[in-house]
Ligand binder design. Structure first.
Ligand code: HT7
Ligand code: ZN
Length: 874
């Protein structure tokens, strides 16, 4: 396939200032009439042909300025339309015919449960009409939709509604106009029979905006939380970034077939219904938090992505990294900042670190791609957000806000680049960010090795810090990075240690600026050896190798004033213990854990000065994949699982009474609120249930918890405990059947049932998952179903997927190929589950490779899947 390179970027020879679209909707033959005003740009050669993108299109009519074109004037294939010798300014009329009902790739115009909807990012618009389908072509859109009134009473597009009315033969129409020039990837249309939840918002300048959330009829009662999150997002963006909404209406539509989470189409966000629909009966606290974050994320794109868009797809992080940063800050303000930060870092480490450390590693701003859909990655999104956070750390909040203000002022209405973004911060602060810019250009997770010495006679404390960046595919030599390392020197009573002066690195506001390979950072006037707390608040997305005494680590786990670093200290102790246990198990020994460690778990659980949500996060052991990542090579998932189970049991046994007491104290009083504090109490109670379920009577406790649950968070937690810890027990069998009977008709809840079973540890799960693909509630055509069952099995079941005989991989390869026939994008994402195959022990490695080769050898592989598999194998 073709490789697209950043250095090849050239502006188009033509612009399309106005785009008129008429859709005459029909499931198998929708007529699309596009009327495009096209202008040759100044400086473009008069002989330049106009080459428009298409993807599987059938051209029915073509005319320029009202005159039909002769065959000699153009060249049309399904994937390209070339107009030879076009005039300098003209109106191009194109008619294409498309079949939304048979569009299973879910890109372009498709049908989801009889609702017409679109997904155009990144390159789906070219499946609707021929166009300059690239983000730097900004056009003003006017859209007319015609449909049968009974089939589609609701007709929506971007911008503001202009007019609507009846047509003959039971048809009707609506016209929409979006006054803001936008790239084609932000185009959207929705038509169908949907229920509406209506509300309004008055903006900071007093304009009233009509808000609508559209859902499957009958599900309106499940959209209240999303609406509340939307209004809070609108208000927060005014306060935090001075950003006001700009149209008269803002609509959200929930659809049940969607390739990703949601899409920020101008004024008409389209959502995977999983991220809209919620109530206590059907959604967990994690679902509520996701809905809040994703509603906010898509709304925030209105400025970071829509008003200022990306010049080309290499700049994807310009909108995605920045918008993730904005939604993280929003959630931090709405919830607990400390808990949010810990959760973010856990996600980053679980998804981005393995990506950065494996064959699919790429810079936050990639330099080349074969398939852009495969670059909607944790690196672009999550690491991209961390890079923005580091800019704020380096500049401080005021200068950061001034930089953002300048960004909006300078680039509104433009398609911008990362260079534009960095420049505003340089301009407002006078700082040179050229070394910092490497965070965008260079892949790989930097590591800092840190050791410390204290010289009491000289009253000097020294940190010796060395940076390295591991090689990544096609980048063997790395340059030195600018790493903002937040730190604290902590005295014996937990107080910050004052120091006289510091030399060896720039240190500002509690941040050491690492810029060289090696720094000796000397703090003078330090009488007693302090404990050193590093990378506070996770100020940089790096790994740390710290020579630190266990005493210091225990001390920080109990006393660090930085909540993130305190959590990190305990997490490091747990990880170290788990890795030691893993080695003991491989050596044939029984693992043992210190009473100090298991006792600290009990202290954290019982510390009422801590937020319950924090305690829950602290007590949830590093996942098997986290442990595998930290071990790094010759991974045996069964030994990791055994080590983790042994530590969980040791903690449960050591704290049996305390855990039972706290569990009792946190009892559900039957009232429900999805707020963060209530969710935190449920999280701690359910974490304790998980421990207590390992002790005698555990299955009946979990069964009782399941039966008594008054909300989905508790019910799903208990079902998970039963299925994972007591698989096959009468309690587990009964609960799984009860859940299925109760929720069999609710696909989103059944996804939880699939997920829980797909993640049951052990060698038997592959057969179970295979059998579940035949369940009435499962469908290979629905991305949510596929991700819940097959995605969970392959990415969240270490012992099941990596079964030693390779059966997990064989099932996986077959399924990926089956999904691919319908939906290459979903298949390609699924296939990334094998990206860390080289860290496995040799036996599993060979079998994983066979599975990858089986996929690679399949006939007619899509560009999406081929790209992932070939890079994974390279
Ligand atoms: N900007 C949106 C990305 C997206 C997407 C990309 C490719 C294929 C389908 C897609 N659906 C949504 C989502 C976001 O980041 O806000
Ligand atoms: Zn986004």
């Amino acid at each position: 396939g073709q490789v697209f390179k950043l250095e090849d970027y050239r502006p188009s020879d033509f612009s399309i200032p106005q785009t008129g679209l008429t859709f005459r909707l029909s499931p198998d033959a929708t007529r699309v009439t596009a009327v495009l005003t096209i202008e040759r740009r100044d400086g473009a050669a008069a002989s330049a042909s106009l080459v428009l993108d298409g993807d599987g299109l059938v051209l029915k009519r073509i005319a320029i300025d009202g005159r039909e074109l002769a065959p000699a004037d153009y060249l049309a294939t399904p994937d390209q339309l070339t107009i030879l010798k076009p005039p300098a300014r003209f109106e191009l009329l194109l008619e294409t015919e498309i079949a939304p009902a048979s569009n299973e790739a879910l890109m372009g115009l498709y049908r989801s449960s009889n609702v017409y909807c679109t997904q155009c990012e990144a390159e789906g618009f070219r499946r609707i009409t021929y166009f300059l389908d690239r983000p730097d072509i900004l056009s003003i859109y006017t859209v007319r939709i015609e449909a049968r009134m009974d089939e589609a009473p609701l007709l929506l597009s971007n911008g503001n509604p202009v007019e609507s009315g009846p047509l003959t033969d039971g048809w009707h129409y609506a016209r929409w106009h979006d006054p803001f020039p936008k790239p084609s990837y932000l185009f959207a249309l929705v038509a169908g029979n949907l229920g509406q939840v209506a509300d309004s918002f008055v903006t900071m300048s007093g304009r009233k905006v009509e808000l609508g959330i559209y859902v499957e009829p009958g599900k309106e009662g499940l959209a209240g939380y999303a609406m509340d999150a939307l209004k809070r997002s609108m208000q927060w963006d005014e306060q935090a970034f001075g950003r006001e909404y700009d149209l008269d209406v803002f609509n959200i539509v929930a659809v049940s077939d969607f390739n990703m989470g949601a899409m920020e189409n101008k004024g008409l966000n389209i959502f995977n219904d999983k991220y809209v629909l919620a109530d206590r009966e059907t959604a967990t606290d994690a679902d509520f938090a996701n809905i809040e974050a994703i509603v906010a994320h898509e709304y925030f794109h209105n400025w970071t992505g829509n008003r200022i868009t990306c010049r080309d797809w290499f700049q994807l992080c310009l909108k995605e990294g920045l918008t993730v940063f904005r939604d993280h800050e929003f959630s931090a303000d709405q919830r607990s900042r400390a808990v949010k930060r810990i959760a973010e870092v856990r996600t980053l480490r679980a998804h981005q670190f393995p990506e950065d450390q494996g064959p699919l590693a790429h810079p936050v701003r990639p330099r080349r791609y074969r398939e852009i859909n495969n670059f909607y990655t944790a690196t672009v999104y999550e690491k991209g957000s961390e890079v923005v956070r580091m800019i704020r750390t380096i500049l401080g909040p005021e200068a950061f806000r001034a930089g953002m203000d300048l960004y909006f002022e300078r680039h509104d209405g433009e398609a911008a680049t990362i260079e534009d973004f960095l420049k505003v911060f340089e301009d407002v602060s006078g700082r040179d960010l050229s070394q910092f810019a490497l965070w965008y250009h260079q892949a790989g997770t930097p590591n800092l090795t840190v050791s410390s010495t204290h010289n009491p006679a000289a009253r000097e404390f020294t940190l010796e810090i060395e940076q390295s960046v591991p090689p990544t595919p096609s980048e063997s030599r790395k340059r030195l990075m600018h790493i903002p390392l937040a730190f604290g020197l902590v005295g014996a009573g937990g107080e910050p240690v004052a120091y006289g002066g510091v030399e060896g690195a720039a240190v500002e506001d509690g941040v050491i600026h690492i810029r060289k390979r090696r720094h000796m950072v000397r703090f003078s006037g330090v009488d007693e050896r302090p404990a050193v707390s590093l990378n506070r608040g996770f100020s940089a997305p790096i790994t740390l190798s710290v020579e630190q005494k266990a005493d210091d680590q225990f001390f920080l786990a109990g006393h660090d004033s930085d909540a993130f670093a305190r959590w990190q200290a305990f997490n490091t102790l747990l990880t170290d213990a788990l890795i030691a246990a893993f080695r003991q198990i491989l050596g044939g020994a029984k693992p043992a854990f210190s009473a100090r460690l298991t006792g600290l778990a009990g202290k954290i659980a019982g510390d009422e000065t801590l937020e319950p949500a924090y305690c829950a996060l602290a007590l949830s052991l590093p996942g098997e994949a986290d442990i595998a990542r930290d071990i790094g090579r010759t991974i045996d998932p069964d030994a990791i699982f055994a080590a983790r189970e042994a530590l969980a049991l040791a903690i449960a046994r050591a704290n049996q009474d305390a855990f039972a007491n706290i569990y009792g104290r946190l009892a559900d009083d039957g009232r429900f609120s999805p707020d963060a504090a209530s969710a935190g109490r449920r999280a701690l109670r359910n974490t304790l249930l998980d421990y207590l379920s390992l002790l005698p009577g555990g299955a009946s406790l979990a069964a009782w918890h399941f039966e008594a649950a008054t909300n989905m968070t508790d019910r799903a937690a208990a079902l998970t405990v039963l299925a994972h810890r007591h698989d096959g027990s009468p309690e587990a069998v009964k609960a799984l059947a009860g859940f299925e009977a109760r929720y069999g008709a609710d696909p989103l809840v059944m996804d939880k049932w699939f997920q829980i079973q797909a993640s049951v540890p052990g060698p038997k799960t592959v057969e179970r998952v295979r059998a579940l693909t035949g369940h009435a509630a499962f469908s290979m055509a629905n991305p949510n179903r596929v991700r819940s069952l097959v995605g969970t099995f392959s990415s969240a079941n270490q012992t099941g997927f990596h079964r030693a005989d390779g059966e997990g991989y064989r099932f996986f390869a077959q399924t990926v190929l089956e999904v691919e026939k319908r939906n290459p994008q979903v298949a390609a994402r699924l296939a990334t589950a094998l990206r860390s195959w080289r860290s496995l022990e040799p036996g599993r490695q060979a079998k994983a490779r066979e599975a990858l080769l089986a996929i690679a050898g399949a006939e007619n592989l899509s560009a999406d899947l081929r790209d992932i598999v070939e890079r994974t194998l390279a």
